[in-house]
Ligand binder design. Structure first.
Ligand code: 3HC
Length: 286
């Protein structure tokens, strides 16, 4: 594969991960096509990128001209065919649902040249499974960013059974150009980072559910006792309780091990639409 990567298509630009990935890609000089299903999702994603870039204005870490330049590299699309024109690399960050993702890859297959790689930002779904569904398993890979993508230094790269060595190297190159550190994991539920994170987050919810400590004290304990930048319950509010529940359920289904059982409180809060920051209420009020 000799394709030079100039333009990246980000699928799901309206979501927190999608707009963060588009932000990072455009900031390092890639042209970005941001796709989402409806114009209001696209507009929301693009305006979040602008307001996140503007955080740096007061501190002088970025200028108005630099923001205009970065924003000038981002185009929004709701038509998939138009969004794929002149695209050299695809990063998919849509809802964590196997059928939705595979349906999208099937549509893309007819639109993209053969040598374009599809990287999924999935946090739990098997890369071999998604690669198989994409009909381009050798050119399919996991590229797992962390929330918020403009700030978090890591990208976890996951190879599926069919992912070629060349595709791994090209994807590592894209992540490094984005200024990220990388780790490489084999396809397994939760890969490396979420395998450590998810049981820890769930344990914090069990502590609250069992009345062992207040939300504030559980967070303070982990933040100051372990030197984490934020406590686990506040982090769950940032990630989104629905996303966390989805990931936890998928762990339990895939490992069939009771150590991954999901706390009832997490399930109830999601049912009650207490989803964290995005709904204004999670373990804390926003
Ligand atoms: N976009 C762009 N920049 C952002 C941002 C965003 N969404 N959020 C924060 N920032 C920037 C700020 O502008 C600031 O920049 P500066 O250093 O140039 O001044 C810097 O980040 C620090 O932000 P704040 O001062 O507002 O706040 P904090 O210092 O408290 O940092 C935090 C906020 C970066 C979120 C920090 O608390 C943190 O690192 N928390 C842990 C996050 C984490 O663990 N993420 C992983 C989640 S797991 C995951 O994503 C995997 C998934 O599969 C579940």
């Amino acid at each position: 594969m000799t394709r030079e990567i100039n333009t990246i298509l980000v699928l799901g630009v309206g979501g927190a991960m999608g707009n963060g990935i588009a932000h990072v890609a455009a900031s390092v000089g890639y042209n970005v096509h941001g796709f989402d299903l409806a114009q209001n999702f696209v507009d929301k994603g693009i305006s979040s990128i602008k307001s996140n870039l503007e955080r740096g204005l007061k501190r002088g870490s970025i200028t108005e001209d630099e923001i205009s330049e970065i924003m000038g590299r981002i185009k929004g699309f709701t038509d998939l065919k138009e969004a794929t024109e002149n695209v050299d690399f695809v990063i998919e960050a849509v809802f964590e649902n196997i059928e939705i993702k595979i349906d999208l890859y099937q549509k893309l297959n007819d639109m993209l040249p053969n040598d374009v790689i599809i990287a999924s930002n999935t946090s739990t779904i098997s890369i071999s499974l998604l690669g198989g569904g994409s009909n381009r398993g050798d050119r399919f890979i996991g590229m797992h960013f962390f929330n918020p993508p403009p700030v978090m230094k890591l990208v976890e790269i996951i190879t599926g059974l069919q992912t070629s060595q060349e595709v791994l190297e090209i994807t590592l190159g894209v992540a490094h150009k984005m200024g990220k550190e990388t780790i490489v994991a084999k396809d397994s539920p939760g890969f490396i980072v979420n395998r450590v994170l998810v049981p820890m987050l769930n344990e914090a919810v069990f502590l609250l559910q069992e009345g062992i400590g207040s939300a504030e004290d559980i967070d303070k304990g982990v933040q100051l006792g372990l030197n984490h930048p934020m406590g686990p319950l506040r982090l769950l509010d940032l990630v989104g309780l629905d996303t966390a529940l989805n990931v936890s359920d998928s762990f339990y289904t895939q490992f069939q091990d009771s150590k991954y059982r999901v706390p009832q409180l997490l399930r109830q809060m999601v049912a009650a639409k207490m989803l964290g920051r995005k709904s204004g209420q999670g373990f804390y009020k926003y």
